[in-house]
Ligand binder design. Sequence first.
Ligand code: GLN
Length: 197
Amino acid sequence: KTKIGILGLQGAVREHLQSVIASGAEGVVIKQKEQLDEIDGLILPGGESTTMRRLIDKYDFFDALVAFGKKGKPIFGTCAGLILLAKNIVGSDSAHLQLMDIKVERNAFGRQIASFEADLNVKDVGEGFNAVFIRAPYVVEASDDVDVLATYNGKIVAARQNHYLCSAFHPELTDDHRMASYFVKMVEESKSALATQ
Ligand code: GLN
């Protein structure tokens, strides 16, 4: 069975675990970097990206996470997780894992509308996806090989680049598991591709 880990240092971990299981994969909460060897794909949950980064450093996860992505293993970053994946962050000279060729702006929808919901059409995932945004970032720039999957008011809020997937919203907070299912499928495909290498 395909095994998907959720980085369990901070943030919305339980909810992702449930949607992975609901999508037919095995889910495991990752608390130590050694556990990365046992999984086929990884979810970086929403939460607070600077706090998450602090814990990544504290528990010596940084290099292992980068290596996981560079091996070709799929990673899905949601909200703060999207920020962790981005190559550039608006207003900051340093970024985090820098695995996706995107530039993101944090808290980009403004403080007065800290959280909201919207129905989105997500390419290859489905229509009318109920997306929950919580102090969400959005993608301000993406390289040509980034596939934009969803926009909201003209802003990129979901995208894919090869084996990397990201969403500015929290797909795990409702019982619509289509985004998780899409990621599970990505992981299954990469698992069979990596196995024949
Ligand atoms: N605003 C948070 C950050 O900058 C992200 C919010 C979220 O993950 N819901 O890290």
